[in-house]
Design a binder for this molecule. Structure first.
Ligand code: AMO
Length: 435
């Protein structure tokens, strides 16, 4: 395509060609303004009806909002224009005309409900504040990758079509695989562990996980993005340290590189809270006591209970920062989590919590073959089905630990968004399978 200047890059005194969307048409009688929008910002195009070529003015005024146009002309300084510049066109090309009826208004003057926005994501992401969420999401993932590199990890990609589930049978999506039953992967759990035992030792993966959650909630998706970490010769303390570093790196990078986006989302960049210091590590028992002490629950929790959403909220408000819950009872954690050395009723499993919700689950893994197989049996799983996994524990499996972190929850909590769907381009939930 011909040379094109971004709207934000034009300079007075030059001849430029800009291309983008018609954001707004302001017809003031003798004079009219087209506001052109591209990914960099907006630019005012001036149409003087009596002084300009009639056809040019007609093209400019005949175009509907959100049409794609290209405009060439001279750039002038104009203090009254939104960006301080305006373009006086010599030619206007309508590259792709938009229907006069739009399903949603990208100028944001008319609010649209989330389902309408999700049905029309292309138009929705023409709004700078929506685009900002995805630019921040991209920056988070970039920073996370960089931090993993600093931690000496190798990025891996593991299968998403699998023969068995790992995170509990009810959340599985079955599919047909050449006549055989297969499933969409719930987590790269077993694969990343197998790689911790390989020559790679320290690995990470950023990829989709599939959970057949029945309920629609503001914090669950049926397809989510999991940031997974696994390291050989590491215990749960090391894994928690790594999780802290990753969260801090993500916040730090957004604070440093996404000033404009944060501003659009209403954050004061100076106040954008990059978490500092060690995240408090509460044992499950301490957490239960602390929740009960808040007096915010109708019924007191007892040892062995899972933390309900209300309990998580009460505790989060009380703690007020990121924190860990450690030493969960063994029976609430999956078979691959190792029990504590000195008390097998407690596990090495941990969760990292944002004050609003759980972000991470992890732990040290059971790397001893006999104990691993016994753990499968205790959870009612058939170890033979997992032979591809367990057999590798017979050939030299080092102690290892790791975790999984929900990328969407990381972005959602970072930006204080109400609904996790705001952080996904095309969310998959109970109702939504397309687009
Ligand atoms: P878990 O099932 O707790 O652990 O998942 C880890 C993290 O992934 C995110 N997450 C989700 N986000 C949105 N929608 C969902 N349906 C959803 N499910 C999970 C959460 C959660 O904390 N294999 C273990 C991890 C490990 O031990 O390494 C696992 O998958 O942020």
């Amino acid at each position: 395509m011909q040379d094109r200047t971004y709207a934000a890059d034009v300079d007075a005194g030059e001849t430029a060609t800009v291309a983008g969307w018609v954001h707004e048409i302001r017809d003031l009688g003798g004079i009219a303004f087209l506001i052109l929008r591209d990914t960099s910002g907006k630019l005012q195009i001036k149409l003087e009806k009596d002084e300009m070529d009639e056809e040019l003015v007609e093209t400019g005024l005949g175009v509907h909002r959100e049409s794609v146009i290209s405009v060439s002309g001279d750039v002038k300084e104009e203090p009254r224009a939104p960006t301080g510049f305006e373009l006086v066109p010599e030619s206007i090309d309508v590259i792709s005309a938009a229907d006069p009826e739009l399903p949603l208004d990208p100028s944001g003057k008319v609010d649209a409900e989330l389902p309408t926005r999700l049905d029309n994501r292309t138009l929705d992401l023409r709004k700078p504040e929506v685009k900002a969420i995805f630019e921040i999401r991209a920056e988070v993932l970039r920073a996370v990758r960089e931090q993993f590199r600093d931690l000496d990890c190798t990025e891996i990609n593991t299968p998403k079509i699998v023969a068995t589930g790992t995170e509990g049978g009810t959340e599985l999506f079955p599919i047909t695989y050449f006549g055989r039953e297969a499933f969409m992967n719930q987590s790269p759990q077993l694969f990343k562990q197998l790689m911790a035992g390989s020559g790679l030792e320290k690995v990470f993966e950023i990829g989709p996980i599939f959970r057949a959650e029945e309920h629609n909630t503001p914090r669950h998706l049926n397809e989510a993005t999991s940031i997974d970490f696994e390291s050989a010769f590491a215990d749960h303390h090391d894994a928690m340290d790594a999780a802290e570093e990753i969260v801090r790196a993500a916040y730090g990078a957004v604070a440093e590189n996404c000033e404009e986006q944060l501003d659009l989302l209403g954050f004061d960049v100076e106040d954008f809270g990059v978490p500092e210091g060690e995240f408090p590590r509460l044992t499950y028992e301490e957490a239960i006591e602390r929740v009960n002490a808040t007096g915010k629950l109708d019924e007191q929790l007892v040892f062995g209970d899972d933390l309900s959403t209300e309990a998580e909220r009460a505790l989060g408000e009380d703690v007020g920062t990121f924190y860990f819950i450690t030493s969960w009872p063994s029976h609430v954690k999956p078979f691959y989590i190792m029990d504590q050395d000195d008390d097998d009723s407690l596990s090495t499993g941990f969760d990292m919590m944002h004050p609003r919700m759980e972000l991470v689950s992890g732990g040290q893994r059971e790397h001893r073959y006999e104990e691993l197989v016994a753990g499968f049996e205790q959870q009612g799983l058939d170890p033979e089905q997992f032979d591809y996994y367990t057999k590798m524990f017979k050939y030299g499996m080092p102690p290892h630990a790791g975790w999984g972190m929900g990328a969407e929850r990381l972005v959602m909590t970072m930006l204080d968004l109400d609904n996790i769907r705001e952080t996904v381009l095309f969310p998959r939930d109970r109702q939504r399978l397309s687009p």
